[in-house]
Write a protein that binds this ligand. Structure first.
Ligand SMILES: Nc1ncnc2c1ncn2[C@@H]1O[C@H](COP(=O)(O)OP(=O)(O)OP(=O)(O)O)[C@@H](O)[C@H]1O
Length: 233
C-alpha cells in the first residue's frame, strides 16, 4: 500500500484584513509518490498559494497538513525547513540560475551546500544529474549560452540535487515553447513514473494537465475536483 507523502485536510490560507482575503479555502488533497499531479484553474484562483503551502514555503492559517503522517503544525520552523531541504525540490517559472556560473557549477552548488559528498563526488553527481536531463555535453556553458529549455532543464537538475521525494513546479514550462515544454513535461513524468517521486505542478497549460495522473482543479481558492486520469496499474 503506497502512503501519501503529504495530506492536506481542510487546508486554509487567509491574509490579514476585514474581511480576510482567502487564498486557499478548505483544500483536501493527498500527494502520492510515483504520481504526477497537475494543479489547474483560472488566474488568481490560488494555485501557487496552495503549492507554497504544500512546499512548506508558506504556513496555513487553518486546517491540517501532514508529512508522512506527522502534523506539520506541531513542528518547529527548523524542523519544517529541514524537511524542505532534505525531501523537496522546487522548479519555478524563472530558472534562477546564477549567471556567472556554468551549468555544472549551478548544479554543484546545492550539492556542496548539502555537505554530504566529497568534492570529487559532487562533480560526478552533478554531471550525472545533467546527463539525466539530456545536458551531458553542455555543463561547461554559462546560462546565457543555453536556450530557454536547456536553462530550465539545468534548473530541474539542480532541484534534484538532494534526491527529493517531492518535486514541486510553479509553471515550470511557462516560459517555454511547445517543444521544450513537452520535453520538460516528459522529464517530470519520468521523475514520477520511473523514479517514484511525487511531482506536483501548477500549470495553465491544459496539454500538460491532460498528461498528469491526477488533475486538481481550483476555483476561487477551493479545490473543486481531484480527478484520477491515469490510474496506477
Ligand atoms: N501576499 C499576498 N497579498 C495579497 N494578495 C495575495 C498575496 N498572494 C496572493 N494573493 C492573491 O491571492 C490570489 C491567489 O493568488 P495565487 O498566486 O495563488 O493564484 P494563481 O492561481 O497561482 O494565479 P496565476 O495563475 O495568475 O499565477 C490572487 O488573487 C492573488 O492576487
Amino acid at each position: 500500500m503506497v502512503e501519501p507523502i503529504l495530506v492536506a485536510r481542510h487546508l486554509r490560507r487567509e491574509l490579514d484584513g476585514d474581511p480576510p482575503p482567502v487564498l486557499v479555502d478548505d483544500a483536501d488533497l493527498a500527494v502520492m509518490p510515483g504520481r504526477f499531479t497537475a494543479i489547474v484553474g483560472p488566474s488568481g484562483c490560488g494555485k501557487s498559494s496552495l503549492l507554497y503551502l504544500l512546499g512548506l514555503i508558506d504556513r496555513p492559517t487553518g486546517g491540517q497538513l501532514l508529512f508522512d503522517g506527522r502534523d506539520l503544525a506541531q513542528m518547529s520552523g527548523d524542523e519544517r525547513a529541514a524537511i524542505r531541504l532534505e525531501h523537496f525540490g522546487f522548479v519555478f517559472q524563472f530558472h534562477f540560475l546564477l549567471p556567472e556560473f556554468t551549468a555544472l557549477e549551478n548544479v554543484m552548488l546545492p550539492l556542496r551546500r548539502l555537505g554530504r559528498l566529497s568534492p570529487r563526488e559532487v562533480e560526478a553527481r552533478a554531471k550525472s544529474l545533467l546527463a539525466d536531463v539530456g545536458l551531458a555535453e553542455k555543463g561547461w556553458k554559462l546560462p546565457e549560452k543555453l536556450s530557454g529549455g536547456e536553462r530550465q532543464r539545468v534548473a530541474i537538475a539542480r532541484a534534484l540535487a538532494n534526491n527529493p521525494r517531492l518535486v514541486l513546479g510553479d509553471e515550470p514550462t511557462g516560459n517555454l515553447d511547445s517543444v521544450n515544454s513537452a520535453r520538460v513535461v516528459e522529464l517530470f513524468r519520468a521523475l514520477a513514473h520511473e523514479q517514484g517521486r511525487a511531482v506536483v505542478c501548477v500549470t495553465h497549460d491544459m496539454g500538460i494537465a491532460d498528461l498528469a495522473d491526477i488533475r486538481v482543479s481550483m476555483l476561487d481558492g477551493r479545490v473543486i475536483e481531484v480527478r484520477e486520469q491515469n490510474p496506477p496499474s
